[in-house]
Design a protein around this ligand. Structure first.
Ligand SMILES: C[S@@+](CC[C@H](N)C(=O)[O-])C[C@H]1O[C@@H](n2cnc3c(N)ncnc32)[C@H](O)[C@@H]1O
Length: 218
């Protein structure tokens, strides 16, 4: 008998199962978290993404929250709305792709030095496949910074997200990364700026595991 799947398909159902292209057809030039939570995201990027690196902003829009004072060699945005991506001043290139239709990333192996998914991981119906692809397109040792708050488009968030609280979301994202494989270490962070006064901000930061025989030189 086959063992029960780790993530049964029901966990990824959504209230709105119409194609995502319809939901994201019109641009939304809005911020999805408040200024203090955005500042916490920017601070994480400052800490983890080296200057002059090549970055992938997955599930991107018109804002990437990257620190204004730091220049990056290349920033590629992938999202659902072309007008939002075109308006994003940090992007050097963009791709419109529905990851729920096609979780394979149109990038080369080890093309990027870092990647971000901001307030969006809860919309992926195949998160393990996407995270496995991210481990392929990032170079060994590169960071992936996944951030989220307690807000979402409810009809488009996966069922398991609605079933869990903030701590549960951190544990869920960690399990997705473990199931994808190739991520080590995985760090869970609470970077909420001012509890009760701003949106909370949580992060799961993972690095692409180094080959076993590769020494880390400090
Ligand atoms: C809440 S917005 C967050 C946008 C941006 N990361 C930010 O921090 O403002 C969710 C984003 O996820 C993207 N997205 C949602 N479903 C997607 C899908 N199926 N494939 C690719 N991107 C998707 C949308 O294009 C949208 O930009």
């Amino acid at each position: 008998m086959n063992p029960a799947p780790l993530f049964p398909a029901d966990l990824f159902r959504r209230q709105d199962e119409t194609p995502d292209a319809e939901f994201y057809h019109h641009p939304r030039f809005v911020a999805h978290i408040d200024d203090a939570a955005i500042a916490a995201v920017t601070q994480l990027y400052r800490e983890y993404f080296p200057p002059n690196s090549a970055l992938l902003d997955l599930m991107s829009s018109w804002i990437s929250h990257l620190p204004a004072e730091i220049a990056y060699r290349r920033v590629v945005g992938l999202g659902m709305n072309a007008a939002e991506l075109r308006a994003n001043p940090r992007l050097s290139a963009h791709v419109v792709l529905d990851l729920n239709e096609q979780p394979n990333l149109p990038f080369q192996n080890q093309e990027f030095d870092g990647a971000a998914i901001c307030v969006s991981i809860d919309y992926l119906t195949q998160p393990v496949a996407v995270l496995r692809e991210l481990a392929r397109v990032l170079r060994p040792g590169a960071p992936l910074v996944i951030t989220f708050s307690n807000r979402c488009f409810p009809s488009k968030a996966i069922a398991v997200w609605h079933a869990l609280d903030d701590r549960g979301h951190l544990a869920l994202v960690q399990r997705f990364l473990e199931e994808a494989g190739g991520w080590q270490p995985i760090t869970l962070l609470d970077r909420s700026p001012a509890p009760g006064h701003s949106d909370p901000l949580y992060a799961v930061v993972a690095r692409v595991a180094l080959p076993q025989n590769q020494a880390v030189i400090d």
